[in-house]
Design a protein around this ligand. Structure first.
Ligand SMILES: *[C@@H]1O[C@H](CO)[C@@H](O)[C@H](O)[C@H]1NC(C)=O
Ligand SMILES: *[C@@H]1O[C@H](CO)[C@@H](O)[C@H](O)[C@H]1NC(C)=O
Length: 480
């Protein structure tokens, strides 16, 4: 029994002993193997041979996300045709942008690791450039006025919103409304890497002696025009400033609510500032001039006729477009897309975003080709002015109630308007890049105080004046 028991016990013991020994052996091998691998991993020259798989996971989603987050989404196609002149399809809110982005970064790890590799290559190059030729780098790097921060400033605004009655539309003068918060008037833009002289009307007029500055674009261009008139005059009444609209064919046509633009001349320096309404920056022509109900050809590949006529007389040109590129507006205006003098058949252009991109590229290319013939001309494409409809669209209760900026800083290098940036790339037309710096100023819109908006509707597209568009002019002033 004992033996049997012992034998049994011994057997069991031996069996267990064997098992334990095997397990111990496995364990020791496992630990050794782990140590070897761990050391391998820690050895830099070995790791360097391995693909940097882990990098994108830790570093780049954050990078990519921050960059894309502030980009303005291409405008959506759908908008009801009933809307009046200036409200239309709002951009998707920031929150939705962010969400889209997160989805992207999760579903496209391959792209991210590609980006990672490219970026590490770029940063290596940059480093070696810095070490080898620091001066060369400083010289070639153009100043980026779009990167910087908003700072409180006692000497802002540059004119009073109670004044400037001669130029400022009542609907944009928020001081004349029920609004009670005016912190948005007291911020000044400070570019990070460049000096920006303070704007003065006298200095502006001096630089623009015997010259003409023209804004050509939509109602956001008109805001910039009114802003500049107020900045130059300091908001003071100036009876000697001449209305020279007639010189530029800008007379109010019979039956229309307003002329196609305005032009004013400052007699002391013979400086003209004008605005011409061209919402799409292309040539618009009645298809049947004899018919009152004609459709209009929207020649996407031709500049506005006004520009062709008057470019000779313009010294600083500021173009803008963006908020009229939606089906609702096109249908309401009875605009039909034409390319090459014929109705467009190209499906890529037929898409609203494609048409806008095509038109912006076309007009910039045209202006660029004209530059050699006009040596005194400086041409700018102003990037898109962002809108801020939260919790809805312009017509579904979207609001912009905030009384403080979303952020005070813009850190990214690239423009938040990729369409405009790509259009000027490789040309001598400059980008007046105001998208990013305006994107953080959600509190600067007219909001619920618009006297134009129907009850319950807010204007989160146009800006209070004085306000954000003044800064666009300061940034412009720094570049002329
Ligand atoms: C005013 O400036 C224009 C150019 O913009 C020039 O053609 C014109 O001769 C100037 N007028 C005077 C009186 O100097
Ligand atoms: C915009 O238009 C340009 C010129 O027609 C073209 O090269 C580019 O690919 C277009 N970009 C987009 C996003 O459609």
């Amino acid at each position: 029994m004992k033996g049997g028991g012992g034998g049994g016990g011994g057997y069991l013991y031996n069996k267990h002993g064997l098992k334990m020994k095997q397990l111990s052996l496995f364990f020791i091998i496992f630990v050794c193997a782990s140590l070897v691998l761990w050391n391998w991993d820690k050895t830099p020259h070995l790791t360097a041979l391995l693909p940097p798989d882990d990098q994108p996971l830790h570093l780049f989603p954050v990078e990519v996300e921050r960059k894309q987050d502030t980009r303005v989404k291409p405008e959506a196609e759908q908008a009801p045709p009933s809307l009046s002149t200036d409200f239309n399809t709002p951009q998707t809110s920031h929150l939705e942008n962010t969400k889209l982005l997160v989805d992207n970064s999760i579903s496209e790890p391959k792209d991210l690791s590609e980006t990672a590799k490219q970026q590490s290559v770029t940063s290596q190059r940059t480093e070696s450039t810095v070490i080898d030729t620091p001066m060369a780098k400083a010289e070639t790097k153009a100043c980026n006025f779009g990167k910087g921060k908003w700072v409180p400033a006692d000497n802002r605004p540059l004119y009073s919103g109670f004044g400037c009655k001669q130029w400022l539309s009542g609907m944009w003068a928020c001081r004349l409304t029920q609004r009670t918060d005016f912190g948005y008037e007291k911020l000044k833009w400070q570019p990070k890497d460049c000096k920006m002289d303070d704007f003065t009307g006298a200095e502006f007029l001096k630089r623009m002696q015997d010259k003409t500055l023209a804004f050509v674009g939509d109602s956001l261009g008109r805001q910039q025009f009114q802003s500049l008139m107020c900045m130059v005059t300091g908001g003071e009444e100036m009876p000697d400033v001449e209305d020279v609209g007639k010189d530029f064919g800008l007379a109010k046509a019979q039956g229309s609510a307003r002329p196609d633009g305005w032009a004013y001349r400052f007699p002391t320096t013979n400086t003209t500032i004008l605005y011409y309404w061209s919402a799409s920056l292309c040539d618009i022509e009645p298809i049947d001039p004899t018919s009152e109900t004609t459709d209009y050809a929207m020649h996407l590949d031709r500049p506005p006729a006004f520009l062709k006529h008057f470019l000779d007389r313009i010294h600083v040109l500021v173009l803008n477009t963006g908020h009229h590129w939606n089906r609702g507006k096109l249908n309401a205006n009875r605009w039909v897309m034409y390319v090459g003098g014929k109705p467009n058949t190209n499906r890529r252009i037929a898409d609203i975003g494609g048409a806008k991109n095509f038109t912006i590229h076309s007009v910039v290319r045209w202006v660029n080709a004209e530059l050699p013939k006009h040596p005194g001309l400086k041409a700018f494409l102003r990037s898109i002015s962002p809108r801020h409809f939260f919790n809805g669209e312009w017509n579904t209760g979207g609001t912009c109630d905030s009384t403080s900026p979303g952020s005070l800083e813009v850190l990214q290098d690239e423009s938040s308007d990729p369409v405009a940036a790509s259009a000027v790339k490789g040309t001598d037309v400059k980008l007046l890049d105001i998208t990013g710096l305006s994107l953080v100023r959600e509190e600067g819109h007219i909001s619920r105080y618009s006297i134009r908006a129907a009850p319950g509707m807010q204007d989160c597209l146009h800006w209070c004046l004085p306000g954000v568009p003044d800064t666009w002019n300061e940034v412009l002033f720094a570049q002329i």
